[in-house]
Design a protein around this ligand. Structure first.
Ligand SMILES: O=P(O)(O)OC[C@H]1O[C@@H](O)[C@H](O)[C@@H](O)[C@@H]1O
Length: 316
């Protein structure tokens, strides 16, 4: 666990439109950028300086519009699964740097990290009448892995529990969506957002892409792999506390309806979102929930054709 002593100092600077952001740098060259607006990771680069996340060239860095790309945080509501605004309000609030977070029991050897915190304002409590503390740690591992840990605590003083849904809405950068496949979701049940959230079962093959997709896979394994054949790169997601996984690509028609997304950009992105949606999380006052996502990008040149994400990891 990193202590104050061996921690790499983070840089706080002004990003697009003067919005404050934090830059994390790891000794071998990987880096990440985190905006306080949304507690939003907008960039994750490997030690060759290659960008691994998709960020739209038309992204609007201006509240209240959430930033299109990177890793928006969906809380306290995923999508339109409730009465709040789409994907909740955490992604368009200004978070603060948390200089003194409660102890972080983690075995991570990360030295480059930032702790952020979001608490509701009085106005927030008018639309979602609950008091909470949302602590987000964004860390870079020594090998360039990106780790996000969310800790959400019910701080209601009225004795009331609350429930929420959640997602790390990660936009991965891919060379060509038609050359990408996702492994780890085969044979699982999913809710199809394009068919009134009806429940279906996925076929036995890895998922490939040739049209709009918007599915919530249920009870997914802790590891999911995204294989980018053209780039010879595999993204591996490891997650904890997040049983569901959303797979989204708007494709051409939907892309044209989105003001903050280029018409052709759908070809170069894929969202695979570690989430808790089907069974909302309920917290009593004083209780805390934790949801963790760890992302790695590994060369996959010798791994194509292997369906087991575990093997993809072993041969990297
Ligand atoms: O445009 P937004 O609000 O960022 O949402 C983008 C997409 O986010 C995905 O997570 C949802 O499943 C989609 O239904 C939605 O279209």
């Amino acid at each position: 666990m990193a202590t104050g002593r061996d921690r790499v100092p983070v840089e706080v600077c002004k990003g697009v439109n003067g919005l404050e952001m934090v830059v994390l740098r790891e000794a071998r060259g990987s880096s990440a950028e985190v905006y306080l607006y949304g507690g939003h990771v907008t960039s994750w680069k490997n030690d060759h300086g290659e960008e691994l996340l998709f960020l739209s060239s038309k992204a609007i860095f201006k509240p209240p519009k959430a930033i299109r790309g990177g890793i928006p945080i969906c809380f306290p509501q995923f999508s339109n699964h409730g009465s709040l605004e789409q994907h909740g309000f955490a992604r368009n609030r200004i978070w603060s740097i948390d200089n003194d977070p409660p102890p972080f029991p983690t075995n991570s050897s990360s030295r480059a990290f930032i702790d952020l915190i979001l608490r509701p304002t009085e106005d927030d409590m008018k639309i979602w009448p609950h008091s909470f503390e949302f602590r987000l740690r964004v860390a870079l591992g020594p090998g360039g892995d990106l780790m996000l840990t969310s800790r959400i605590r019910n701080t209601n003083s009225d004795g009331k529990p609350f429930s929420f849904t959640f997602a790390y809405h990660t936009y991965f950068s891919v060379s060509d969506i038609c050359e990408v496949r996702v492994e780890g979701l085969e044979t699982l049940d999913y809710l199809d957002n394009l068919q009134n959230k009806e429940r279906f079962t996925e076929q036995g093959d890895a998922i490939t892409f040739e049209a709009e997709i918007d599915k919530i896979y249920l009870s997914t394994p802790t590891k999911i792999a995204i294989l980018d054949h053209e780039k010879k790169r595999t993204f591996v997601l490891r997650k904890d506390g997040l049983p569901d996984a959303v797979v989204w690509n708007p494709w051409d028609k939907k892309a044209k309806t989105m003001a903050d997304f280029g018409d052709e950009e759908y070809k170069h992105m894929l969202c695979v979102e570690a989430a808790a949606i089907e069974k909302p999380v309920t917290l009593k006052p004083g209780e805390e929930w934790r949801g963790r996502l760890e992302l790695s990008a590994v060369p996959s040149s010798y791994c194509s054709g292997q369906l087991d994400p575990q093997k993809v990891l072993q041969c990297s």
